[in-house]
Design a protein around this ligand. Sequence first.
Ligand SMILES: NC(=O)C1=CN([C@@H]2O[C@H](COP(=O)(O)OP(=O)(O)OC[C@H]3O[C@@H](n4cnc5c(N)ncnc54)[C@H](O)[C@@H]3O)[C@@H](O)[C@H]2O)C=CC1
Ligand SMILES: O=C(O)C(=O)COP(=O)(O)O
Length: 635
Amino acid sequence: MASSSIKAISTTSPFTASSSPSSQPPSSSKPSLLSFLHTSSSNPISLKLSHSHSHAHNSHSHSFLITNVLKTADSCETSVSKSQKLKPTSSDSTPTILVSEKLGEAGLQVLRGFGNLECAYNLSPEELCAKISTCDALIVRSGTKVTRQVFEAAKGRLKVVGRAGVGIDNVDLQAATEFGCLVVNAPTANTVAAAEHGIALLTAMSRNVAQADASIKAGKWLRNKYVGVSLVGKTLAVMGFGKVGSEVARRAKGLGMNVISHDPYAPADRARAVGVDLVSFEQAIATADFISLHMPLTPATSKVFNDETFAKMKKGVRIINVARGGVIDEDALVRALDSGVVAQAALDVFTEEPPPKDSKLVQHENVTLTPHLGASTKEAQEGVAIEIAEAVVGALKGELSATAVNAPMVPPEVLSELSPYVVLAEKLGKLAVQLVAGGSGITSVRVVYKSARDPDDLDTRLLRAMITKGIIEPISASFINLVNADFVAKQKGLRISEERVAVDSSPEFPVDSIQVQISNVESKFASSVSESGSISIEGKVKYGEPHLTCLGSFGVDVSLEGNLILCRQVDQPGMIGRVGNILGNDNVNVSFMSVGRTVQKKALMAIGVDEEPNKRTLEKIGKVPDIEEFVFLNL
Ligand SMILES: NC(=O)C1=CN([C@@H]2O[C@H](COP(=O)(O)OP(=O)(O)OC[C@H]3O[C@@H](n4cnc5c(N)ncnc54)[C@H](O)[C@@H]3O)[C@@H](O)[C@H]2O)C=CC1
Ligand SMILES: O=C(O)C(=O)COP(=O)(O)O
């Protein structure tokens, strides 16, 4: 019996979970930058190339494809026909980059060479929101709050936020991820500057440099008042043994200090190599004469220095904070200073920046202050500017960034190796979802990767993201990329589980085959259901091209390109001719054909066609005697 399901894609969303946040991340309006992640396999570029290259050139064509797909929408336009154009980014499709805080000239030059650069400093939150919908990228330092409202106001245009520095606590990462906006930072160029500033505060504080300077300028000469304390032989606790903390430790060792550190995530051998012992939080704060803070501000570190922890410190301890103001409960610090538990504090960062003028902490005579100057050296600012400009330009070109904060970092060599499998993954997802009968809810997808590689050598995050994209995008208003794939899947109640099966093939290739199974759904093409009751399809990369190799319990070999007609029929002579004739008579060009058999005298015919046959042609195929079911699928 012929199936009447000749529609390629159900218009009813097959997802059960329908709740969406009030301000949904945009979909179709999202331009095609971050294009590798955001370009569908029906992207005209991939079609064009795969049609125009012979198999002998296929591996070459794929690297070309990836290189091209990695380009901006702007450069893509040259190779796509009018009817197939990607959605333009803006009227002239040159990306606009907004820089909202002072950035080094060398970085500005990189940005000018790539897009429209707009520098607008001291914007109010309202002004930023008003501007952002005309921007493809935003570059900030610590002074700009990139809130959920900013992502909402961007209306899908903002593709990347660049943080010209380390701390990203001023960017709402959750909102960025939900909106599929990549966040990149510049994590290395200001490390030394911040460490040097920490040492500057340590030495200045211990010798009352700032207070003494102010007193001379006020006409006083107070040699007895400003007697300091020595550093040599004292214990410094470095809280956070990351990039800055370890550089501070190294320098403090040079000053003859005994350095200990607390960092729950740092490897002990890295600390030991600098002559530093990693100790518990309690031990660090109880034994230190000086405590220098170098951890990020996170929910776990927020106000970790408070009344309770100050009470456990050695009386007369001195505290330096070049990390983030929020790790200290500032009111508690004032109390600890007043009681003498903390003898002095040197602060570069504050909960609120700038801090209120009448803040007791700011006015306290035992506190030395700088206005968030840790990263402010000429060298660091030039370095940070170049680092962030290159990261943002790379992201706008669609490259995966090495400094991505809210997306997996995929090294270029892994990316290039996985590229054909990425195309396969998306096509399998797209094909599998079209086999689901409209109305039934997809909640569970299982992906099986067969590979000869050691599991540690196979990073499947990109593949999983592309399968998710293939499944969700054709049937919903969501746009999916590597940034938000897992989030959107979860939001839609879709659970994707992954399994790796070791096979005895060449480990030269990362993946032998990818199988996508959708369980607990009805299929519109019964032959796609495997013995386990799930819709099951499997594909491989052959000659650099994605191929469908198994559908349900039928083995096939079909290049996954263009459109596909699948027919299940009684295995007997003449069937191919009959269907071929119908297509030929109705002017539908057949690009390939493959027939798979089962033992029960059933055959599965897969026919690739260049364009979608009209309804009448498909009806004629359905009426061919002995065709038991068929389905038309758009790839
Ligand atoms: N004042 C300024 O201008 C600057 C401030 N910073 C701030 O300095 C801090 C450190 O920066 P980097 O060293 O580049 O970052 P990093 O990521 O290299 O190091 C942070 C370290 O903190 C550790 N950590 C996390 N949670 C912790 C906890 N609960 N207790 C102790 N350690 C914990 C991490 O394991 C990591 O080793 C950041 O907050 C950053 O924003 C950085 C540069 C300039
Ligand atoms: O890199 C960091 O985390 C900093 O705190 C530096 O901040 P800034 O770029 O100077 O506003």
